[in-house]
Design a protein around this ligand. Structure first.
Ligand SMILES: *Cc1c(COP(=O)(O)O)cnc(C)c1O
Length: 360
């Protein structure tokens, strides 16, 4: 067996010990004589898996008691609709920050239900940056303020949580969830698809503050109704059982690795090394304002895009896979989520230097 360094933005690399444990437990989960995939979601075995995952996630993120944790399907994309359907209430509009492609998609969905006030446009230009909060045009009566914490495609990440005052703050954290400690109490709703930083596709974690469970429109589909899902322990219908189980194994792995503070130190170190290598070269360039550079997704372009093909194929020969940038921006992108070891980032940096010596 040989595994490669996989820099995919998502579905993305998972911790090897988690995959090994899943393999060992595949045919017979702890004496039940069946795989987790084959279990009733209402049986004792799976309910214990589901509950343990929530306990571990709450511990990792220090989720306060007045927040509910939901394990839903539909990806972050379903939340683009679920958020306005659950939170609009009687308000006439919602506030969104636009920092890139995922923000735009969230805005387009919200526009189907209400009037959207875009408080600031960022993530464009060169370097790409996040407009300072002092310039945001906010509406004090907005139902909520939404932002995308990390734009996975362009690698633009908020270094800090924005201030939202009394307006509930909502964040799409898909590609940065669990990359560092987070003050959950600052938020109304946090959502994240699992397949970037903590599990397989098919699972979306939603963390919602209790007092926001009363605002849902009666048109909200039952499976996207936060209150109903909270009351049903996320089992209003059959949940994504296997993805939930794997996410639970990832939460336990994170605890063994020292929790989110240790993850943050490691992630910062990996990102700093890679950006330093890019900034120190004359072949590679990252187009993001250093203050808004992502720890998770590091896009870079080559000075001569004629070299892109050679870069990608030689990278594969060196065991470095899925470095092609998103089709909308071109160039390269290295996604270096929690499960990417420092040895993978070092191997990439060595390869990039070697490639530059030969082609630069
Ligand atoms: C991947 C991603 C999405 C979309 O996730 P799906 O699971 O495909 O719906 C949304 N937002 C961000 C920030 C992402 O990285």
């Amino acid at each position: 067996m040989s595994r490669v360094y996989n820099f995919s933005a998502g579905p993305a690399t998972l911790p090897e010990p988690v995959l090994q444990q899943a393999a060992e437990e595949m045919l017979d989960w702890r004496g039940t004589g069946m795989s987790v995939m084959e279990m009733s979601h209402r049986g004792k075995a799976f309910v214990s898996i589901a509950e343990q995952a929530e306990v571990d996630l709450r511990e990792l993120l220090e989720v306060p008691d007045h927040y509910r944790v939901l394990f839903l399907q539909g990806g972050a994309t379903a939340q683009f609709s679920a958020v306005p359907l659950n939170l609009l209430g009687s308000a006439g509009s919602v506030d969104y920050v636009n920092t890139g492609s995922w923000s735009k998609k969230a805005i387009a969905e919200a526009r189907k239900y209400t009037s959207v006030n875009v408080v600031a446009e960022g993530g464009g230009g060169d370097p790409m940056s996040i407009p300072p909060q002092s310039e945001w045009q906010r509406d004090p009566d907005a139902a909520y303020l939404h932002y995308c914490a990390n734009e996975t495609i362009t690698g633009v990440e908020f270094p800090e949580i924005p201030e939202s005052g009394d307006v509930p703050l909502v964040s799409d954290m898909s590609s940065t969830f669990l990359s560092r400690p987070l003050d959950v109490s600052r938020f109304g709703v946090i959502y994240a698809g699992a397949q970037k930083n903590f599990g397989p596709a098919g699972l979306t974690v939603v963390i919602v503050r209790d007092d926001l469970l009363d605002r849902a429109s009666d048109k909200v589909p039952a499976i996207w109704d936060y209150r109903r899902q909270a009351e049903a322990d996320s089992m209003l219908n059959t949940p994504a059982t296997y993805s939930w189980y794997i996410a639970g194994l990832v939460f336990q792995w994170l605890k063994r690795e020292g929790g989110l503070k240790a993850m943050a130190e490691r992630n910062k170190r990996k990102a700093d090394m890679l950006y330093a290598a890019i900034d120190g070269s004359s072949l590679y360039r990252n187009p993001v304002d250093p203050a808004a550079r992502s720890w998770m997704n590091v896009p870079f372009v080559l000075a001569d895009d004629q070299l892109d093909g050679a870069f990608l194929s030689e990278a594969v020969d060196a065991g470095l896979h899925t470095l092609k940038g998103h089709r909308s921006v071109g160039g390269m992108r290295a996604s270096i989520y929690n499960a990417m070891p420092e040895s993978g980032v070092n191997a990439l940096i060595d390869f990039m230097a070697d490639f530059e010596r030969r082609h630069g």
